[in-house]
Ligand binder design. Structure first.
Ligand code: UDP
Ligand code: MG
Length: 304
């Protein structure tokens, strides 16, 4: 059986077309389930879904108790998938459901465990978003040691073994494309052109994307800590030289009043220290969050 995980957040406008296209694409696949995760929608998303659920038992709904975010919603869906093969995709038809049978076929041949949708284009996104995404992925692939995942987003299909690996990682701060890459297994990709959102605006606010980028960087590398260390070492070196200069000036009797140099060093050291503290704070915050061990999401009701 194939399980398709679809997080939805205020998507009334796209649901009818989505369901239609999903059903049409999956017609040839006998056994499947569509696991919709309602991520605290405040429009009629849930009502529409429950209507479809009553008419077709292959449509299942996990209703979360509030909006927990894209990553948490996908996680909820993954944990409830019953299928041997599991796909995840966005609800807004940026990921074409027509590709699912092809992905399934690749996995069924048994040579691969993970098929990632590889987007050929990003033209549908705003310039600012494209620029920031590029920047993030440039930094991320450099510091995390995970190669290019720039053009593989969430759209993908994995088998049960890969899913078990993915779910074995219990961390609360989740960046699923990174985790999916991290598990290894035999991965391949299938190219597709990403469409414009069928309707409505992106549900990911800029702040949410920024947070996701930070989460990914802190979760997959210790680069921020290393940066501190390098800055610190550089600082020590520079001020060692400066110290020698000061001493020499003193002994050669040429001691300037030195207000500017004092101020500059205070600013410089002060800002390095503040940066350090901020970075350490991020780690402490994340460690604290993990140690609280709160569930990633709460379920209000399941329609299975
Ligand atoms: N989504 C969600 N919770 C959120 C934000 C988004 O479940 O807090 C869902 C949304 O309904 C969509 C998918 O996640 O199915 C991707 O969201 P969106 O298309 O808005 O993001 P983008 O494509 O701009 O990254
Ligand atoms: Mg989208």
């Amino acid at each position: 059986m194939l399980s398709v995980i679809i997080p939805v957040y205020n998507e009334v406008q796209v649901l009818p077309v989505l369901l239609e296209r999903l059903k049409a694409s999956l017609e040839t696949i006998g056994a499947y389930e569509l696991v919709f995760v309602d991520d605290g929608s405040i429009d009629h998303t849930l009502q529409i879904l429950t209507q479809h659920h009553q008419a077709d038992s292959r449509i299942k709904i996990i209703e979360l108790s509030r909006n927990f975010g894209h990553q948490a919603a996908i996680t909820a869906g993954l944990e409830h998938a019953k299928g041997e093969f599991i796909a995840m995709m966005d609800s807004d038809l940026q990921d074409p459901p027509e590709l699912l049978p092809e992905m399934l076929e690749i996995l069924q041949q048994g040579r691969f465990d993970v098929v990632n949708g590889f987007r050929q284009n990003r033209e549908e996104e705003s310039f600012k978003r494209r620029f920031m995404t590029r920047l993030f992925h440039k930094i991320f692939s450099n510091i995390s040691g995970l190669e290019e995942i720039e053009n593989t987003g969430h759209f993908s299909m994995i088998n049960r073994e890969a899913l078990n690996a993915l779910l074995a990682m219990k961390e609360k701060t989740r960046y699923i494309p990174g985790l999916r890459h991290y598990i290894g297994f035999r991965q391949t990709q299938i190219e597709y052109s990403r469409q414009e959102r069928l309707s409505g605006k992106s549900k990911m606010r800029f702040s949410a994307l920024f947070r996701l980028a930070l989460d990914a960087m802190f979760a997959f590398s210790r680069f921020p800590l290393k940066l501190c260390l390098w800055l610190g070492i550089t600082g020590v070196f520079v001020f060692f030289l400066a110290g020698i200069h000061v001493l020499l000036s003193k002994f050669t009797g040429w001691a300037p009043v030195g207000w500017s140099s004092t101020m500059i060093s205070i600013y410089f050291l002060g800002s390095i220290q503040l940066t350090f503290l901020g970075v350490l704070g991020e780690y402490i915050y994340r460690t604290y969050r993990e140690s609280q061990n709160r569930p990633i999401y709460f379920i209000r009701k399941k329609y299975l």
